[in-house]
Design a protein around this ligand. Structure first.
Ligand SMILES: *[C@@H]1O[C@H](CO)[C@@H](O)[C@H](O)[C@H]1NC(C)=O
Ligand SMILES: *[C@@H]1O[C@H](CO)[C@@H](O)[C@H](O)[C@H]1NC(C)=O
Ligand SMILES: *[C@@H]1O[C@H](CO)[C@@H](O)[C@H](O)[C@H]1NC(C)=O
Ligand SMILES: *[C@@H]1O[C@H](CO)[C@@H](O)[C@H](O)[C@H]1NC(C)=O
Ligand SMILES: *[C@@H]1O[C@H](CO)[C@@H](O)[C@H](O)[C@H]1NC(C)=O
Ligand SMILES: *[C@@H]1O[C@H](CO)[C@@H](O)[C@H](O)[C@H]1NC(C)=O
Length: 521
């Protein structure tokens, strides 16, 4: 460049240098994201600011790559993150570890990603390099595909402008540094492929394990454990034969699922007793260096490695659920009768007492040949019923055998045993006493309605032999002719509707736009 010969020329040059410098200073991963159009990355850029990590990205000279999820991708991820739109705006600090998982060192332009597969360590919230990897692969058509721990994404736009020394690429799904559900942890772990296959034949259980709000601990036998369990010395059957026996399959798989969160820190030399979805108990104990799950009849299964498959995300930003890979399938002692299934549990004592006090169902449900289903209200369901009736005592209810008979009549269903997954919205179920219960399905919840009473199904059915099931419910169904008030009216409280998608979209966008406007001032 020729030197300027006039004062005006020198000022113009200085101005140009300043302009270039200020443009250069404004170029970084954050400006690339916040200035992006087609697609706009408004939600991602808002989330970066709200969660306090935008300063890291709004710094020039960083040698990093950032994958930026589109607005649609962020909206689609909210339920998987167990965050509602309000929390995204007001409690977005929970998002910081998720957002930082979208970045790694060094800056890698589209052209610099090698053919085949490469792995990169994503960043921690403080910008340091984490142990959580991202897998980037070049697709057959020359695109880029990303696998995170909990999701897969495709790059939809490469090398955003205004990124300075960094590389910023747009992706079509949020990357998760944890599994969104325990089912996702199982399905995405190749050593658990047999369990994953079997779960697809246990649909009630699979639906529960897919819930992104459920708090579960799963002891997941790896493939070799199933091979051993199915061998002639064990169950002597193939995977397909086990899958074709729904009651046995349900019993075995449910025996490995415990409501509640027990990570490896929960194992100590003091044994902890936990109750599985079958109602049967397991003991967790630390034995030397081994973390061991023990059955009541002394069988053991060991956790393989200390690493939990962490499933995320509570309001406090801790993991919500976990999957432990274990080395043995635990086959539960068979539950011979419905009354044994009741006796195993600690939360259905009132019902068991009612069956005994009333008498006419006691023999039937204590029989190994009973064919049908017991709908089993929990102790708290009975407590709520008593409270709603002038706090009459349990003893008074148990003494009223006429009322008890009528109540039990609507909780026993004979014939083909019911499964939770088999229930359809609007289905009518005829009870032993001839009354008709209606099934109401809303989202993940399945409710049973009888006249003004409503009960929500808890967990999955307990398989009893191959001819009976027990389904735990959180309310007592009240038939006609029983002078007792129902609890909770016609379920109005449970019917509080979710905001519509449009409303939700509007609300998130409004918050994001507000921020965008603030930025412009
Ligand atoms: C980004 O950095 C620039 C320059 O330091 C600053 O003016 C701007 O306010 C920052 N933006 C945000 C959202 O932090
Ligand atoms: C969002 O979740 C929080 C915390 O669980 C809750 O207090 C709030 O009512 C929820 N908001 C909406 C709109 O669902
Ligand atoms: C970015 O990091 C890579 C790998 O650490 C290094 O090879 C490269 O020289 C760095 N680039 C710049 C501009 O610092
Ligand atoms: C396993 O089952 C097969 C038939 O399916 C039977 O012939 C064989 O004896 C069984 N083995 C054992 C050890 O029970
Ligand atoms: C287990 O979970 C608790 C509560 O979230 C946490 O404080 C602890 O660090 C976890 N332990 C391990 C080994 O991850
Ligand atoms: C069920 O039968 C067993 C023996 O077959 C008996 O010990 C038990 O008391 C019976 N339970 C009930 C609730 O009748």
């Amino acid at each position: 460049m020729a030197l300027p010969r006039t004062r005006g020329g020198a000022i113009a040059l200085a101005g140009l240098i300043l302009l270039l410098a200020s443009q250069a200073a404004a170029q970084n991963a954050f400006t690339a994201v916040s200035e992006a159009t087609n697609p706009s990355l408004l939600l991602f850029s808002s989330a970066l600011q709200l969660s306090g990590v935008s300063t890291f990205f709004n710094t020039t000279g960083r040698n990093i790559t950032l994958f930026a999820p589109s607005d649609q991708a962020l909206l689609a991820a909210l339920p998987l993150l167990n965050l509602n739109q309000t929390q995204l705006v007001t409690n977005a600090v929970l998002m910081a570890p998720v957002l930082m998982y979208h970045a790694f060192v060094p800056a890698t332009s589209d052209a610099s990603f090698p053919a085949g597969v490469s792995y990169y360590n994503a960043l921690n919230t403080d910008g340091s390099i984490s142990g959580n990897q991202l897998r980037v692969s070049r697709t057959a058509t020359g695109g880029l595909a990303i696998s995170s721990i909990g999701s897969d994404a495709s790059v939809t736009r490469v090398d955003l402008p205004n990124s300075g020394s960094t590389a910023v690429h747009v992706i079509d799904a949020v990357l998760f540094p944890f599994y969104p559900s325990v089912y996702a942890a199982i399905a995405r772990t190749s050593a658990l492929s047999t369990l994953s296959t079997l779960l697809s034949s246990a649909s009630s259980l699979m639906a529960k394990l897919k819930e992104t709000t459920a708090v579960y601990t799963v002891f997941a036998p790896f493939n070799a454990a199933f091979t051993a369990a199915l061998a002639p010395s064990g169950l002597n059957m193939t995977v397909a034969q086990l899958a074709a026996q729904p009651a046995l399959l349900q019993a075995i798989l449910s025996y490995h699922v415990v409501p509640g969160f027990y990570n490896s820190s929960s194992f100590s030399t003091n044994p902890v007793t936990v109750t599985t979805l079958t109602g049967q108990q397991l003991t967790l104990v630390k034995d030397g260096a081994s973390l061991v799950v023990k059955t009541a009849d002394g069988k053991t299964s060991n956790l393989l490695g200390a690493r939990d498959l962490s499933c995320g995300f509570t309001d406090q930003g801790t993991f919500r659920a976990t999957v432990h890979v274990v080395d043995r399938v635990l086959v539960p002692p068979p539950i011979a009768s419905v009354s044994e299934a009741l006796a195993l549990r600690t939360d259905v004592n009132t019902l068991l007492a009612a069956v005994k006090a009333e008498g006419s169902y006691a023999t039937a449900i204590n029989s190994t040949t009973f064919t049908g289903t017991l709908l089993a209200p929990t102790d708290s369901a009975f407590a709520a019923l008593l409270a709603a009736n002038g706090s009459i005592s349990a003893a008074a209810l148990l003494a009223n055998t006429t009322a008890l008979k009528k109540i039990l009549d609507v909780h026993v269903v004979t014939g083909t045993p019911l499964t939770v997954a088999g229930l359809t919205n609007g289905q009518n179920i005829s009870t032993s006493g001839g009354a008709t219960i209606t099934v109401v399905k809303t989202g993940n919840a399945t409710q049973l309605k009888l006249r003004n009473s409503v009960a929500t199904i808890v967990g999955v059915e307990v398989a009893i032999g191959s001819s009976a099931t027990m389904i735990i419910i959180d309310g007592v169904l009240v038939p006609s002719g029983v002078s007792i008030s129902t609890v909770g009216g016609d379920g109005g409280a449970a019917a509080a509707t979710a905001p519509s998608f449009v409303l939700m979209l509007w609300s998130v966008m409004a918050a994001a736009l507000l921020l965008a406007f603030q930025r412009m001032q």
